[in-house]
Design a binder for this molecule. Sequence first.
Ligand SMILES: NC(=O)c1ccc[n+]([C@@H]2O[C@H](COP(=O)([O-])OP(=O)(O)OC[C@H]3O[C@@H](n4cnc5c(N)ncnc54)[C@H](O)[C@@H]3O)[C@@H](O)[C@H]2O)c1
Length: 421
Amino acid sequence: MRGETKPDVCVIGLGYIGLPTAAIIARAGCAVHGVDVSQDVVDTINRGEIHIEEVDLDGLVQAVVQRGLLKASTQIRPADVFVIAVPTPFAKDGNHTPDTSYVMAAAEKVADVLKPGDTVILESTSPVGTTEVVRDTIAARRLDLALPGQCDGRADISLAYCPERVLPGRILEELTHNDRSIGGITPRCARKALAFYKRFVKGECVTTDARSAEMTKLVENAFRDVNIAFANELSMIADRQGLDVWEVIRLANRHPRVNILQPGPGVGGHCIAVDPWFIVHGAPEEAQIIRQARETNDAKMHHVLDQARQLIKAAPTEKVACLGLAFKANIDDFRESPARYIAASLAREFGDRVYIVEPYAVELPPEFKGTGARLVDIDTALEECAVLIPLVDHDVFKVIPAEERHDKVIYDTRGIWPDAA
Ligand SMILES: NC(=O)c1ccc[n+]([C@@H]2O[C@H](COP(=O)([O-])OP(=O)(O)OC[C@H]3O[C@@H](n4cnc5c(N)ncnc54)[C@H](O)[C@@H]3O)[C@@H](O)[C@H]2O)c1
């Protein structure tokens, strides 16, 4: 557009979500200032390098840094649009309470540099009402600004919630092409945020209010969790009744209106295993199925651990290969991973009999230290281990031909080798 001025953008939190988002906004021609509390992260990005594994992200970050469109620092600077993408983990109280302190710390930083006309967007997955608390946090520090939903006339700034629904490994593609929900504190805020996203999102952007957008994100992951819990419960029932769950699901899914998901060793990651608890926390009396699904998926992890233990005890002189530590296929992210928990528990119990194969790891996570377990490649595992326990459905495991595993004892927790059932 002729004469159009592009907004300066500040992205706070440069992790799995913030860095790709910053890079895509920079690719759209906006000057982006990235802020992170980690000096390492900042230095890496300013060298045009990346600290996370994500398809095609290295080339894009290198390009936008070289063109001077993306710069990182630990200090916030004035901008026209602020995007907050910091973590929202559980509090350390053991009750799955959402910890929004990172978001509020970021909101305070933003408050200090805000000027009338600016837009603040929260992207972190958040409990319902968090965007309003961000507004209140800003209000407490900036008595000079009229804030949306708190003033009669036109507010000085706009504030919106816009969640991410990207799949690791496809983040750049999905950031651009997925539809997005954009929830404003007021309809005017939503329109301001919409105009910003239209600069780099090709998917449909649907506006709503902030609380509905917050809940939409949580509901999406709770829906997945409940459906996986159904498959996981079936798998435990099938184990008790001596049935092949994969066969039962395959057959049931031939019904035109049935689509059962695949069971696994539990549910991991920082989204599906976490976000449903944010709903439970907000409505503990009502969120019965959602809570039960979380508990069922956690129970499945312990069920797999018990089954694996029995198998290993039944072959007392053999070496065992646990295949995979990541929380899902073909990624390097081991956070909240049931595979990692199961493998580490087996390593603690069976020591140097346990081999770990994880092509996305350069070393074993800290909890394996002193157990005697070793990180090996898949060829070593196939040569030396009589028991194979696939815990993650990485493509490199799926393609192991039947003749290379015909003499193995196999506990296929992901159903990656249908011929072995
Ligand atoms: N990773 C995903 O696939 C995904 C998908 C959808 C939503 N989300 C949500 O997006 C949010 C961010 O997740 P992520 O995976 O990018 O996290 P991450 O841990 O990869 O990155 C967060 C970054 O924020 C930085 N940080 C923490 N506090 C800060 C502060 N006060 N100021 C500046 N930087 C700060 C950290 O150093 C880190 O680099 C979370 O709410 C998460 O639930 C993540």
